[in-house]
Design a protein around this ligand. Structure first.
Ligand code: ADE
Length: 217
């Protein structure tokens, strides 16, 4: 499989970068399975103050990200990742889920992810992107957390990222909408009077499997 590349356009690369450079996301990069870049939208701001936002025509609360810096940043991102699919993080009717994460992980696409701040975007930006994505029916102050959630959910499904064989993907929560997780335990066998179910200590794989299926929730 080709190495998957992600480029995040954000006013706050310092929010995104620590997450992408830690734990499994860091390991996936180190193993050559993915590559992450950020583009600072501020670098595309206008004038000496590098302005990126302005008041909405027609009035209303808050500020919108202006079309010109967004366009220039997206064009630079497309130069860096030709052919990449462009996603924009915004409240939308497409709500991210495990099935989309699986489709994105299995495709050969690279991804440019546009994060907003303030009250929203100049609507002309939506002509420059392929998909508007929400991570749920609530409003955040910016697209950075959605971008991190989406990247994490895709990257963990790329073969070789999690380790532990294919079974890890198959049995993991939400891999099939109907199957949630069974309870799991590690040492000690008894903690504060609470014992681990004895069947899990039995070494009987068939019985363990039966118990797990019965306790999926
Ligand atoms: N920007 C603000 N809220 C959001 C959400 N729920 N999902 C994606 N982007 C957002």
């Amino acid at each position: 499989m080709n190495m998957k590349r992600f480029l995040v356009i954000t006013l706050f690369p310092e929010i995104i970068e620590p997450e992408l450079n830690s734990s499994m996301m860091w390991k996936a990069q180190k193993d050559g399975l993915v590559e992450f870049q950020t583009l600072d939208l501020r670098d595309f701001g206008l004038g000496p103050r590098r302005q990126v936002d302005d008041k909405p025509f027609g009035g209303g609360a808050g500020m919108l990200l202006m079309i010109e810096p967004l366009t220039n940043a997206i064009n630079e991102a497309k130069r860096r990742l030709p052919g990449a699919k462009v996603l924009i993080m915004t409240p939308s009717d497409i709500v991210w889920n495990e099935q989309l994460a699986t489709e994105y992980a299995n495709s050969d696409d690279n991804y440019i992810i546009v994060c907003g701040r303030y009250e929203g975007f100049d609507a002309r930006v939506f002509d420059l992107v392929d998909v508007k994505i929400s991570i749920g029916p609530y409003v955040l102050t910016g697209g950075e957390i959605p971008a991190m959630a989406i990247i994490d959910s895709i990257v963990r499904l790329i073969p070789g990222v999690l380790g532990g064989g294919e079974e890890a993907y198959e049995r993991e929560s939400y891999s099939n909408e109907a199957h949630l997780e069974y309870p799991q335990y590690t040492r000690p066998e008894v903690y504060d009077g609470q014992a681990v179910p004895s069947v899990l200590l039995s070494g009987n794989h068939a019985e363990v499997e039966k118990w797990r299926q019965a306790h999926e929730q």
